[in-house]
Design a protein around this ligand. Structure first.
Ligand code: AIR
Length: 177
């Protein structure tokens, strides 16, 4: 029968108590400074997200990526539909800020909910790109109104129909503001 004495647990040193206002260990920076330093780090993470509701939006939306690349701004491009994959969109929008994204460009056609749904789940600025698609009505007016007519308190910036390049120019201005 084991008495528990054959392999005695090693004695652990007591954890140092953390005094929020006490002296900092040598070399440690105060929390606020550390957070600011992390924000200032010029790491190779995308600063702009380019989202679109369908693969069929890519020919119009790739203009945004081209413009950002020309300006040396890192971006990431994702296809996700607010109607077909609502959970994917919500998760992406909720995590974007933590991942270092600073501006979100979102393009969609028809009942273009993507920019508005993204804006509902993040504090980041969202730029909507109304797109024409095969079954658009009135040359993309459907998407234009869907994106521009957001309710008070949940803004989405809206560029012209199919004008993804302008969304990138605006994103660059926001980043430099
Ligand atoms: N869309 C996709 N999910 C919701 C919306 N509003 C849009 C896409 C695309 C259009 O519907 O952004 O512009 C047609 O999509 P698809 O996949 O049928 O070509």
């Amino acid at each position: 029968m084991s008495t528990g004495s054959e392999n005695p647990e090693p004695e652990l040193a007591p954890a140092p108590s953390v005094e929020p206002d006490g002296p900092l260990p040598p070399g440690a920076a105060p929390m606020s400074e550390t957070a600011a330093d992390i924000e200032d780090l010029d790491v190779d993470t995308p600063k702009v997200a380019i989202l679109m509701g369908s693969d069929s939006d890519m020919p119009a939306m790739e203009k945004a990526e081209q413009e950002l690349t020309k300006r040396g701004i890192l971006s990431e491009t994702r296809v996700m539909s607010a109607h077909r994959q609502p959970d994917v969109v919500a998760d992406y929008a909720k995590n974007a800020k933590l991942r270092g994204i600073r501006v979100i460009i979102a393009g969609a056609g028809l009942s273009a909910a993507l920019p508005g749904v993204v804006a509902a789940h993040t504090e980041l600025p969202v730029i909507g790109v109304p797109l024409t698609s095969r079954t658009s009505v009135a040359g993309g007016l459907d998407a234009l109104l869907s994106i521009a007519q957001m309710p008070p308190g949940v803004p989405v910036a809206c560029v012209g129909v199919d004008n993804a390049r302008n969304a990138a120019v605006l994103a660059a201005r926001i980043l430099n503001a």
